[in-house]
Design a protein around this ligand. Structure first.
Ligand code: ADP
Length: 158
């Protein structure tokens, strides 16, 4: 079975992530969405909340499974029996960080490949942090996130 792991903070999931998930799910027999715990990034949503939102959003994609990752991505992928890490690329500024991560991961485990999927041009500007900023000031976010995420964001900033 060809398994992939799409890693990220997903704080919260946006249509940009969903686009990558839908496309990656067509490439792999099984796609894990790994919500990565990062001690340096204080999230708005808890890991459990992010997972719940993702599960709801992906419930109709049969070969997708949402999991929490509290270790190194390459170690986690190995444990899951996945040989590929999936990441999304938006603007040039993503590239430097992603190259650094992919190169580090390759050093750690040469058997795990990182593949990049280009953003859908509609979502090239879209990030979780931008959505959170707009939501904080009660701006319209319905074009950026699905309904369940919109509701959850509204609740956070009530
Ligand atoms: P991280 O903190 O690991 O970067 P994110 O949740 O911000 O987590 O993003 C996870 C992955 O999804 C990253 O590879 C990021 O570049 C990608 N991504 C985020 N938003 C988009 C988007 N709008 N289009 C394509 N890829 C995206």
């Amino acid at each position: 079975m060809n398994k992939g792991v799409y890693t990220g903070s997903f704080d919260p999931v946006t249509y940009g992530h969903i686009d990558i998930i839908e496309r990656a799910a067509k490439i792999f027999d099984h796609l894990y969405i790994a919500v990565v715990y990062n001690a340096n990034k204080k999230g708005l949503f808890t890991l459990e909340e992010r997972c719940e939102l993702l599960k709801e959003v992906c419930k109709n994609i049969k070969n997708v499974e949402v999991v929490v990752c509290d270790k190194l991505s390459v170690q986690f992928a190995t444990e899951l029996g996945a040989s590929t890490i999936v990441r999304g690329l938006r603007v040039l500024t993503d590239f430097e960080y992603e190259l650094q991560m992919a190169t580090t991961n390759k050093e750690l485990n040469p058997n795990i490949e990182t593949i990049f999927m280009m953003t859908n041009s509609h979502y090239s500007f879209l990030s979780s942090s931008a959505v959170k900023e707009v939501a904080e000031f009660h701006g319209d976010i319905h074009k950026f996130v699905p309904e369940n995420v919109e509701k959850a964001l509204r609740k956070k900033f009530e």
